[in-house]
Write a protein that binds this ligand. Structure first.
Ligand code: PGA
Length: 251
């Protein structure tokens, strides 16, 4: 049985004290969530160390939002995977559309980042998804397949045990527009098939595929009821503990 996961992506929001308070609320309110749903919070870099103290020994796992594509050295402003593991991170998000769009994150760079993250013992939440123009041109399947192939096809079935995929249509992120449950299911099934083509059906069946893009308590139930939707990557609604936990209670 693949894991149900609800991951909060805080993006560039909250100060450190606000982040600590939010993490405490997530830990407290998260107690209501059934144990088979994994809760993850991905925080900005400066928050990781103090938030790791808050979530230590609880059911909430800690994630970064990115990592460097180099191991260490003269790369001003970057944060390495060993820095992340040293503060207690278990996951990192990689390839978020905001990083692809605003910071020139390419599939080639992502291959390096995934390699370093997995080698350091971090689990990876790899984001894929099409923009509005690509969706309207009917290219969403091709775009997602290319992102999966360019990055994940460089890895092994064994590596895939530590990879979660997040499908996030760019047109649905922070816009209030959600993919319909049918639209999301259709592409999740396609992503699983794309994984099966390379790694085999058993590995594809075990890989959690999350939906992201304006997911909130009011629409999570319908999305999570779909066969191939194993949870959510939550942006805006992850900044309020009751909303985030409300989503996690939607399975
Ligand atoms: P959103 O963001 O929930 O605010 O749309 C999702 C994401 O970008 O991970």
């Amino acid at each position: 049985m693949r894991k149900h996961i609800v991951a909060g992506n805080w993006k560039m929001n909250t100060t450190v004290p606000e982040g600590i308070a939010l993490a405490k609320a997530v830990v407290e309110e998260g107690a209501q969530v059934p144990a088979d749903v994994e809760l993850i919070i991905a925080t900005p870099y400066p928050h990781l160390y103090p938030v790791a103290e808050v979530v230590k020994g609880t059911r909430v796992a800690l994630s970064a939002e990115n990592c460097a594509d180099k191991e260490k050295g003269a790369y001003t402003g970057e944060v390495s995977v060993s820095m992340l593991t040293s503060v207690g991170c278990q996951y990192t998000i990689l390839g978020h559309s905001e990083r692809r769009q605003y910071y020139g994150e390419t599939d080639e760079k992502l291959v390096e980042k995934v390699k370093l993250a997995l080698a350091a013992g971090l689990k990876v939440i790899l984001c894929v998804g099409e923009n509005l123009e690509e969706r309207e041109a009917g290219k969403h399947f091709d775009v997602c397949a290319a992102q999966i192939k360019n990055v994940l096809y460089n890895f092994t079935a064994e590596d895939m045990k530590n990879v979660v995929v997040a499908y996030e249509p760019v047109w649905a992120i922070g816009t209030g527009k959600t993919a319909t449950a049918e639209q999301a299911q259709e592409i999740h099934a396609f992503i699983r098939k794309t994984l099966a083509d390379k790694f085999g059906a058993a590995v594809a069946e075990e890989t959690s595929i999350l939906y992201g893009g304006s997911c909130k308590p009011s629409n999570a139930k319908e999305l999570f009821a779909q066969k191939d939707i194993d949870g959510g990557l939550i942006g805006g609604a992850a900044l309020k503990a009751p909303d985030f936990i409300g989503i996690a209670l939607s399975f």
